[in-house]
Design a protein around this ligand. Structure first.
Ligand SMILES: [Zn+2]
Length: 278
């Protein structure tokens, strides 16, 4: 396999505190060419960036998850703004709406989401979107944001990615129309996932990303273990099977998509790099 990018994972989380070095070693051994560490609040984003700085093929995103929206304040906003300017910060996220667990009031979630989108627009960074039980609300907010930023956006560069996509094919196609990519997680390997399979089969491969979302969403054959980057291969295998393509094609194209989205250069042959000016 030439290229395999885990476009979304959380190796900075405490679940990896005892064996992070070994987990990373296994990831490079398994052929991962880059890993994107996704932040969920200021401290977590700071940890993601610090870890990303330790290896050329690690990158970070900085964001504030809707679960923690109620804890968002000026200090958090300023800290994230500063972190987002770091050379290893490749996107703003994860941000969005979660009306399934509703750990923060919906209005607060909306306000934080909007502020984070404004930061991304200002810095011209793509966004990593978390949306659960909030399909139409999230889409409406992103449509408005897309209309606002598109004129200044580098041509051909996607605006962002909807992570761990769980909607239907019609919604996925609307997101693609808007300039977003769709990311598929280990849940595609679970039984009874016809709806997700039809999303995977129905989209152009050029618009798909793959992710572990580790430590969560462990692919079927490894459950109930903690998820980690090498297990991404099972997800890629399932996508290849659904699409009747080879594992190599799926790994190569989704990784090229991730590299283009995040502005990183990654190939199996050497360390990844963040591209200078996009
Ligand atoms: Zn995540």
């Amino acid at each position: 396999m030439n290229m395999l990018i885990d476009s979304h994972c959380h190796l900075q989380f405490p679940q990896f505190q005892d064996d992070r070095v070994q987990v990373l070693e296994r990831a490079w051994q398994a052929g991962l060419s880059a890993i994107v560490l996704v932040g969920t609040d200021a401290d977590c984003s700071q940890r993601a960036l610090a870890l990303a700085e330790s290896h050329p093929n690690l990158f970070a995103t900085v964001g504030w998850h809707p679960h923690q929206a109620a804890q968002f304040d000026d200090q958090g906003r300023l800290a994230l703004r500063r972190l987002a300017e770091s050379p290893k910060a490749v996107a703003v996220g994860e941000i969005g709406l979660d009306f399934y667990r509703n750990l923060s009031p919906p209005e607060t979630q909306r306000a934080v989401f909007q502020q984070m989108l404004d930061t991304a627009g200002e810095l011209r960074l793509p966004v990593v979107i978390h949306s659960r039980a909030a399909e139409e609300d999230t889409f409406a907010i992103l449509s408005a944001w897309a209309a606002q930023v598109r004129a200044q956006w580098p041509q051909e560069r996607p605006l962002g990615v909807v992570h761990c996509f769980s909607g239907d094919l019609a919604l996925a196609l609307r997101y693609i129309q808007l300039g977003f990519l769709i990311s598929i997680a280990g849940s595609v390997t679970y039984p009874n996932t016809d709806r997700l399979a039809s999303v995977v089969a129905g989209l152009p491969l050029e618009r798909l990303l793959v992710e572990t979302d580790a430590p969560y969403l462990t692919p079927q054959s490894r459950r109930p273990q903690r998820n980690e980057p090498p297990f991404l291969i099972e997800t890629v295998g399932r996508i290849a099977e659904i699409r009747a393509q080879t594992v190599r094609e799926v790994a190569g194209q989704t990784s090229a998509n991730a590299a283009a989205l995040y502005g990183i250069q990654a190939s199996g042959s050497g360390p990844a790099e963040k591209k200078e000016a996009l």
